[in-house]
Design a protein around this ligand. Structure first.
Ligand code: SAJ
Length: 408
């Protein structure tokens, strides 16, 4: 088959491009970021992920190139960002729209455009189809439009690309089946072909389901805190029931997906989304709950100086270097609103300075603080439990192996 052009070489587009290349398909990865393209062409990855380096090296032995140019070909996969507008909680489709337009500028007649980026339900009908039609193209003849939302989880992406089932939304079932065949070059799990609206909606529903379930765990943590019950013990016991599977409470929900996608439903169906909205609010309240716990510990130990507090972890979850919407950043924002400055921060996976009072060395960081707040359960801290034993520890992730740490 002719080459495929994968547009957007970020967390989703790059591993996907590499998987296709590894399976023997000719791939060109396109990104407008010149530095990123240079770096990839020089054999250097732009973010860390388990197994990504090996996959990259394998893919490089096959036919893969990286370019800032859109390619003239038959198949396009768009994995560009879909930011959401903070104030309105709605999706901003500008990058998808501009990528679709750039594809239209060069594509062959009858080309297939597959959108992998997460979009809110209805985005294709509301924004993408009109954009294509405006340019005089007939969808289904001049170009075909599909939505194949990604499902992989940072930290286990490479495994999940191969083993997770996938959804392909298509206007035309025959084209949907063809694209299913394309993905089955590397995806060994079931691939479901459906219509575009169902594909858009199921993706958002999956993340909303997880948000609601995390919110339940977080609400339990708050209830248990009020009456001094051990939430972890209670969840452990409840989960022994064959039909109960409660998730873990934590300092909040971050990442570009779970903390964002449910808002699309709230924004579009405000009168119908009571539970979804409450779950969002519950999860968003967790950084504030952690702040309350820090205040309790400071009072108990007569510590008045906030600069004696250190937050461990800036990433949105364990063992990733992605800080988007991270609970720590949410907590720092809240402190900022209350003019509480000076809390110290450290994350072994974040190599650049993105907040004030951020340390680059773990021991220097520990030397400056009395209260350590574990916001993220990176392997790094699990392997360094000895170093933190002498501190007052607020363990929001329940990872401390020694007695006496405070819990959420
Ligand atoms: N979290 C908890 N308690 C838990 C599990 C997670 O507090 O028991 C927190 C994490 O610490 C993190 C946030 O929730 O801050 C989200 O982390 P996550 O590991 O649950 O999920 P993401 O955002 O990394 O990836 C999700 C996945 N979706 C689902 O599990 C339904 C992934 O499969 C999707 O591909 C991804 O969103 C996406 O791109 O949509």
């Amino acid at each position: 088959m002719s080459k495929i052009n994968i547009v957007g070489l970020g967390y989703i587009g790059l591993p996907t491009a590499l998987m296709f290349a590894k399976s023997g398909i000719k791939v060109v990865g396109t990104d407008y970021n010149t530095n990123l393209v240079h770096s990839l062409n020089a054999g250097k990855l732009t973010f860390e992920e388990i197994g990504l380096e090996d996959l990259f090296q394998e893919a490089l032995t096959n036919e893969i190139e990286f370019s800032t140019e859109y390619q003239k070909t038959h198949t396009y996969i768009l994995a560009v960002p879909t930011p959401y507008i903070k104030e309105s909680k709605k999706l901003d489709p500008k990058y998808v729209i501009s990528a679709v337009n750039s594809v239209l500028d060069v594509c062959e007649k009858g080309a297939v455009i597959i959108i992998e980026s997460t979009i809110s339900p209805g985005t294709i009908d509301k924004f993408i189809r009109p954009e294509i039609q405006k340019r005089g193209y007939v969808i289904g003849e001049d170009v075909h439009l599909l939505h194949a939302p990604e499902r992989i989880i940072p930290g286990n992406m490479i495994y999940e690309l191969e083993h997770n089932s996938r959804t392909i939304g298509s206007d035309n079932l025959e084209i949907g089946e063809k694209i299913k065949g394309l993905y089955s070059n590397f995806c060994k799990a079931e691939i479901v072909v459906t219509d575009i609206r169902s594909a858009e909606m199921s993706k958002v529903v999956e993340n909303t389901y997880r948000d609601i379930n995390i919110a339940f765990a977080n609400e339990l943590a708050k209830i248990c805190r009020t009456d001094n019950m051990n939430v972890y013990e209670i969840i452990r016991i409840a989960n022994m029931h064959p039909r109960v599977n409660i998730l873990q409470p934590g300092p909040g929900v971050g990442g570009h997906c779970i903390s964002v996608d449910p808002w699309f439903l709230v924004g579009d169906y405000p009168d119908l989304t009571n539970m979804i909205l409450t779950a969002r609010k519950t999860n968003d309240s967790m950084p504030g709950h952690v702040l309350g716990r820090i205040r309790d510990i400071m009072r108990e130990h007569g510590i008045k100086d906030i600069s004696k507090v250190g937050l461990y972890g800036l990433a949105y979850k364990e063992n990733v270097d992605d800080t988007r919407e991270s609970p720590t950043l949410q907590l720092l924002d809240r402190m900022d609103e209350h003019l509480a400055f000076g809390v110290k921060v450290f994350d072994p996976l974040i190599k650049s300075r993105i907040v004030d009072h951020q340390f680059m060395n773990f021991e220097d960081f520990l030397n400056e603080i009395e209260i350590l707040v574990v916001m993220v359960g990176h392997n790094h801290i699990k392997e360094n439990m000895d170093l933190i034993k002498g501190k007052l520890v607020l363990d929001t992730k329940n990872i401390c192996t020694f007695e006496g740490s405070y819990k959420i």
